[in-house]
Write a protein that binds this ligand. Structure first.
Ligand code: UDP
Ligand code: MG
Length: 231
């Protein structure tokens, strides 16, 4: 029986990266084992550039491309949740549109699904392009949240991850909070888990959509989600 891999991609002002992402990722998806088919589920998170028309162009000539379009910018977490909601796959991968999450990991992810794993966390070995401030604050964030919370987070777990249909169903039904930290939930929902290491690539084009200020706000929200200690 053919299985379906849904590739969920959150897109916010990525007109400079989308074509390369689609070409490169599509090429790799075509090399998956014969019993795996795939779909792209692009979530346009209120882009104000040409992203949406580029996505529509893909969809017009490729029936494997689906689009969820937000009325405004709701943020990366909301985009991934919407992607999970609409993804029909037996396996679902969330990835960024800027090629920082290397598509060459996809065959390995599918292999893990075939071995029976249901939650696959992609662990970043290096993030050369993040810069000292981002790497340092990221390390400090994980130290703090692991000290404060009962859930133990994999430091460097990224928002590059894959879940089975079953695991996605749990995320859909039981994690509907307005403020969310999906990569944290993914690590705490149970199921057979494994990790794959990857080296983050530099962003293909364009700029990071996250400022230090928005990351700080995101970190505070997350700590409050997973710990009642501050209360
Ligand atoms: N993104 C999004 N909504 C936002 C901000 C970012 O959907 O409000 C997407 C963005 O297009 C990219 C991914 O989320 O595909 C990660 O964002 P980015 O690369 O800017 O973050 P960084 O890698 O610098 O942490
Ligand atoms: Mg990025």
């Amino acid at each position: 029986m053919t299985k379906l891999l849904s590739v969920v991609v959150s897109v916010y002002n990525e007109e400079l990266a989308l074509r390369e992402f689609y070409a490169e990722t599509g090429k790799i998806l075509k090399t998956l084992p014969a019993d795996w088919d795939y779909e792209f589920l692009f979530v346009n998170d209120g882009s104000r550039d040409q992203s949406l028309s580029i996505l529509r162009e893909f969809a017009a000539s490729d029936e494997k491309v689906k689009i969820v379009n937000f009325s405004r910018n709701f943020g990366h977490e909301a985009a991934m949740i919407a992607g999970l909601d609409y993804a029909g796959g037996d396996g679902i991968v969330c990835m960024d549109a800027d090629l920082q999450h290397p598509p060459e990991c996809l065959p390995e992810i599918v292999e893990k699904f075939d071995e029976g794993y249901e939650v696959i966390s992609m662990v970043r070995t290096k993030n050369k392009t993040a810069g000292f401030v981002k790497n340092f604050t990221s390390a400090a964030f994980y130290k703090l949240i692991n000290d404060l919370s009962d859930v133990k987070f994999e430091a460097n777990a990224s928002d590059f991850f894959a879940v089975s249909k079953n695991a996605a169903e749990v995320l859909r039904n039981n994690y509907r909070e307005k403020v969310r930290f999906l990569r944290g939930y993914v690590q705490s929902i149970g199921f057979e888990k494994t990790t794959i290491e990857y080296e983050a690539r530099p962003r293909f084009a364009g700029e990071s959509k996250y400022s230090i200020k928005s990351l700080f706000k995101f970190s505070i929200n997350t700590i409050l989600c997973f710990s009642d200690l501050p209360l």
